[in-house]
Structure formats: structure tokens, C-alpha cells
Design a protein around this ligand. Structure first.
Ligand code: NAI
Ligand code: MG
Length: 350
């Protein structure tokens, strides 16, 4: 069976890191006898330039018929003036793919402890996954805006909580088997529904997964006191927005961090968490590791190729431990050199 992968390289450093991700996928496909078919499409600012639309019809139909979509990054000062915005394409793409779950792993790689703003002994061994609900809660509730009074409504249904919790429990089964659900159940009605639903689902379908609950304010502290204590962190939209930004600095460089956005109807969207970094675009300085690890998530979550995903992740760890790094991680290697070093370790490992 051939897996169809759509690449949306995008703008700025997007094409540079997307090329690195593709190289890693091709290397691992050769070692694991996978058949991958790639096609690249205009998306974001470059699509505005070429078609006047950040998300052209041709790109949309390719994404909808793909097994997985990989995105580099979009945006830049060129499109900040007025007219259509690249980010509008991103919102439309997420809507089309129905992605309600955002997965962000935070890994402190061996040898890179000194990069973290936290003390090395606090961060050592950190390997957690934040699972954030993405399409409900206060960001999507009813709103009333006046000069004297304003209201933002937070709503969740049991079904919305159940489907995101299921993704967290399933992810935990492939990791350490522990889920920490974050809410504010001492105050919010939505949080009490959240907690009740998560407990019921665990009892009914995931009795093998360990579950605990932490209030969001306490979690903000625990995350920097002892990030290595957590495995999967499950939370709603706004809490997840805040906690995932807090957690993303733990590993040291934004260039290292991958993400996945999953739904039920399509394979999902995989992208590094960084933007188009116009300040370093075209100079070979972009760290490709976040993109390469996003490609590993694509193999795991969209294609079910766990062994191939793990091969990429081991190759990345090895590459970082061997000191082949871009400037943001204190090295002097170029984007391509890091990508090549990862590919060599993929071939050596498999
Ligand atoms: P950014 O993530 O592009 O850059 C922030 C800083 O981190 C810059 O100094 C950059 O050089 C550095 N950096 C980012 N990725 C790196 C990598 N792989 N290797 C080494 N250094 C890296 O965020 P910024 O500057 O706020 O936004 C730039 C543009 O990207 C804007 O137009 C913004 O709208 C867009 N953006 C797009 C996103 C997406 O496509 N999902 C996400 C965030 C921002
Ligand atoms: Mg945020």
C-alpha cells in the first residue's frame, strides 16, 4: 500500500525544514520497506503570490485526499500589509481536516540540558506529551462585547471531552501509560463535566492507564518544578494554549519542537511549532529537528508506522548527542548537514 503524503512547504524557512523532513521520511521508508508518495502544493504566502489565495482549491483537494499533510511554516512581513493573510489558510486547513486534538511532545534531549532555562537537574529526563482540545471551550463560545460589560462563554459537551480524552489515553498506551488531566473543577462547571467524563472513559475503556487530576494553577507550578514527573497531559483549549507555551521553552529551542493536529476523518496535520523565521530564512540556519520529529509523528499517528517513527526519533537523539547541531542549539551545522546526519543515523540504526 502506498501512503499519500501532501507537503505544504510554505514560506520563509518552511521549504528548508520541509525538505529535511522529506529526506528523513525517504530514508526511513527505504529501511522499513514503506511506500510513500509525496506531492508538494502552494500554501500560505507563496500561494497568495501565485494564486491570490493562501489555500487554493488545488491544494485543498490534495489535502482532503491525502493520508497525511505535512506543513513547514507560513507567513512573513511581505504579507502583513493588507489583503489576504497566510494564517487564514492555516485556519481553513485545520477546519477542512477537522482537527480537534493538538499534540505537542516536549523532550529534553540528552546532552542539551544546558539549553533549558531550568536547572539541568530539574529538567533531566523530561519526556511529556501535551494533548490539547482545539475546537471547543472559551475560544469558540458565545461572546458579547460592550463598553461596560463583556462576556466570553465556555462550553463543552460530553462528546467533545470524550473524543479528546480517548486520544490522550491511546497515546499513553504507547508511552508510560499515565495521563494527568488538567482542569479547574473546584470552580468551573465545564471542568466538572470534563473530569467526570475523563474518569468514566478511563474506567470503561482504558483501565490499564493510570489517571490523575491536577488543577490548572497548580499545574503551571508543577510543570517547571518537575517536568519529568509527567507523561501525557490532557487539557482543554485555553489551559492547553497557556501550558503548551510554558512547556515549549523547557527543551531549549523552538526549532526542536514538533506537533500533530488530529481529527477523526483525515490523517491529520503535522508541523514544527515554529513559524517562518524570516530573520534566518534562506541562510541554511534553520534547525530541521522540529520538522523531522513532526514527520515521525506523521508516521505514528497518521500511518500507524510506529517502528519507523521510533527509528527517526532514535536517529534524532543520536544526532543531537553527537553534537551535530544548528546555531540555535549551540552548533555550527547547516540545516542540510543536520538533515544528512539524521538520515545517516536512520540508515545505520535500521
Ligand atoms: P518564529 O517561530 O518564526 O521565530 C521566532 C524566533 O525563533 C526567531 O528568532 C527565529 O529565527 C527562531 N526560530 C524559529 N524557528 C527556528 C528554527 N527552526 N531554527 C532556528 N531558529 C528558529 O516566530 P515569529 O518570528 O513570531 O513569526 C515569524 C512569522 O511566522 C510570522 O509571519 C508569523 O505569523 C509566522 N508564524 C507561523 C506559524 C505557522 O506557520 N504555524 C507559527 C508561528 C508564527
Ligand atoms: Mg499560544
Amino acid at each position: 500500500m502506498t501512503h499519500k503524503i501532501v507537503l505544504l512547504p510554505g514560506d520563509g524557512i518552511g521549504p528548508e525544514v520541509a525538505a529535511a523532513a522529506r529526506a528523513a521520511l525517504e530514508a526511513v521508508a527505504a529501511e522499513h520497506a514503506l511506500s510513500l508518495a509525496f506531492s508538494s502544493h502552494d500554501f500560505g504566502g507563496c500561494a497568495i503570490d501565485a494564486h491570490g489565495d493562501p489555500f487554493p482549491e488545488e491544494t485543498k483537494s490534495a489535502c482532503l485526499s491525502a493520508d497525511a499533510v505535512f506543513l513547514g511554516a507560513v507567513g512573513g512581513p511581505k504579507w502583513d500589509g493588507g489583503g489576504p493573510r497566510p494564517e487564514a489558510g492555516l485556519l481553513a486547513l485545520r477546519t477542512e481536516l477537522g482537527t480537534f486534538a493538538n499534540l505537542r511532545p516536549i523532550t529534553l534531549f540528552e546532552g542539551l540540558e544546558a539549553l533549558s532555562p531550568l536547572k539541568p537537574e530539574r529538567v533531566a529526563g523530561t519526556d511529556l506529551l501535551i494533548v490539547r482540545e482545539l475546537t471547543g471551550g472559551i475560544y469558540f463560545g458565545n461572546r458579547q462585547e460592550g463598553d461596560e460589560n463583556a462576556t466570553d462563554e465556555c462550553a463543552y459537551s460530553r462528546g467533545e471531552v470524550e473524543r479528546i480524552a480517548r486520544i490522550a489515553f491511546e497515546a499513553a498506551r504507547g508511552r508510560d501509560g499515565r495521563v494527568t488531566s488538567v482542569d479547574k473543577a473546584n470552580v468551573l462547571a465545564t471542568s466538572r463535566l470534563w473530569r467526570k467524563t475523563v474518569i468514566a472513559l478511563r474506567d470503561a475503556e482504558f483501565p490499564d492507564v493510570e489517571l490523575d487530576h491536577v488543577l490548572v494553577d497548580a499545574m503551571a507550578m508543577k510543570l517547571i518544578e518537575r517536568p519529568s514527573a509527567f507523561d501525557v497531559i490532557l487539557t482543554e483549549n485555553m489551559f492547553g494554549d497557556i501550558l503548551s507555551d510554558e512547556a515549549s521553552v523547557i527543551a531549549g529551542s523552538i526549532g526542536l519542537a514538533p506537533s500533530a493536529s488530529l481529527g477523526l476523518t483525515h490523517g491529520g496535520l503535522f508541523e514544527p511549532i515554529h513559524g517562518s523565521a524570516p530573520d534566518i530564512a534562506g541562510q541554511g540556519k534553520a534547525n530541521p529537528i522540529g520538522a523531522i520529529l513532526s514527520a515521525a509523528m506523521l508516521l505514528r499517528h497518521a500511518l500507524g508506522e510506529e517502528a519507523a517513527a521510533a527509528t527517526i526519533e532514535r536517529a534524532v537523539s543520536k544526532c543531537l548527542a553527537d553534537g551535530v547541531n544548528t546555531g540555535d542549539v549551540g552548533g555550527s551545522a547547516t540545516t542540510q548537514e543536520v538533515a544528512q546526519a539524521v538520515c545517516e543515523r536512520i540508515r545505520a540504526a535500521a
